[in-house]
Design a protein. Structure first.
Length: 374
């Protein structure tokens, strides 16, 4: 059956492949994993994910509340800066709260004394190909520099580091972890738990998972720490496709297929980092070469390129791969384009349409919810 496009298709069987590897790390290394909601918050698949993960980690009050209500299990609350209203609500739904600064840790010490508290550390080491996403970039505001002073140590029993971004290199991960262990050894011996953050692509087929497990286990045992990981993209990679339909073919030196979607509105993270989408079934040696473009008025609304031996025509579907992470959480109403529906292919093979969008959603986005004024 063909569904109206555009839509995100989440395949639970592909999702399960990642989740089983996450569970393997937990079972063999003892490292717990909490889903990073900043990357993926599509809660209709949380019933499956919670069976293999330990909870959620958030970057805001709303994310923490979503994790509490729909995922359950552990709720880790972090923010670059909390307001008093944030703390008032988070204190009743969180298990762990991680502060970005010593000043906020001290400011909210009394309100959060019943919670496991941590500090974000900035080791001034990182793996990132993008300055925009590098937590150790110059003038970074993310975490404290150096070990916390004694007065802060007395208020925490854990810490969090986030220093990897799309890190597929185990040797690099291992080397950085060794350096961090030396840098914070005195602190780590005093703590109960440590989050190593996300950005570690340990669910990839070519990743040395057994070596990764041994490394985590040894590090945990060395400092007697409960290790946490915060997989986001790692948990959902290759599980989701953005399905679009070709509306027109235009020519300007190259053939350009215009689809009923937009990289600006529906895969914004790719545009932000100047990356292109992978097009499913694109043939490296295809004789016909197309640019796949979105239908917004943005001149650079380009998904990527597509090679095929069969001419594209209006009505054909174009599927954009790995469209789960940082997509649905960032989709927007630019140009008034309809947002893609969300469809889940369950483990049973059943297709479940869990969300559709309408004009009223667009209208109500920037004004009071009400019916047509006409």
């Amino acid at each position: 059956m063909r569904y109206p496009t555009p839509y995100y298709l989440i395949d639970e069987r592909k999702l399960l492949k990642n989740l089983k590897r996450i569970q393997q790390v937990r079972t063999q290394a003892g490292a717990k994993s909490v889903l990073a909601l900043k990357c993926f918050s599509t809660w209709p698949v949380f019933n499956l994910m919670r069976q293999y993960m330990d909870g959620t980690t958030s970057s805001s009050l709303y994310e923490a509340q979503l994790g509490y209500e729909e995922f359950g299990k552990e709720v880790h609350a972090y923010s670059v800066a909390f307001s008093e209203q944030d703390i008032e609500q988070l204190s009743s739904i969180s298990d762990k709260i991680i502060f970005n600064s010593i000043s906020q840790l001290q400011q909210f010490a009394e309100q959060t004394k019943h919670l496991a508290r941590g500090l974000r550390l900035n080791p001034q080491l990182s793996y990132s190909e993008y300055d925009l996403a590098d937590p150790a970039r110059q003038y970074s505001r993310l975490g404290i520099i150096g070990p916390p002073p004694p007065e802060a140590n007395a208020l925490i029993n854990g810490a969090m580091l986030h220093y990897n971004c799309e890190n597929t290199d185990f040797e690099n991960f291992s080397s950085l972890l060794n350096q961090i262990g030396k840098q914070y050894s005195t602190l780590f011996y005093k703590l109960d738990w440590l989050s190593l953050g996300g950005g570690i692509y340990f669910t990839r087929d070519d990743y040395p998972l057994e070596e990764f497990i041994k490394k985590l286990k040894a590090f945990s045992e060395q400092f007697d720490l409960q290790i946490y990981l915060e997989p986001g993209e790692t948990a959902i990679t290759d599980s989701t496709t953005l399905v679009t339909t070709v509306l027109d073919i235009v020519h300007n030196e190259r053939d350009i297929a215009i689809v009923d979607s937009s990289i600006e509105a529906h895969m914004l993270d790719l545009l932000t980092y100047q990356e292109t989408a992978q097009v499913k079934d694109s043939a490296k040696t295809g004789e016909l070469h197309y640019i796949i473009a979105g239908k917004s008025c943005l001149a650079g609304d380009i998904f990527g390129e597509y090679r095929t031996n069969t001419p594209l025509k209006p009505g054909d579907q174009v599927k954009l791969c790995d469209a789960g992470g940082y997509t649905m959480v960032k989709m927007n109403w630019f140009n008034g384009l309809n947002m893609p529906s969300i469809i889940i292919k369950r483990l049973t093979g059943h297709y479940d349409t869990v969300k559709t969008f309408s004009y009223q959603d667009f209208k109500n986005n920037l004004g009071p919810s009400r019916g047509s004024s006409r």
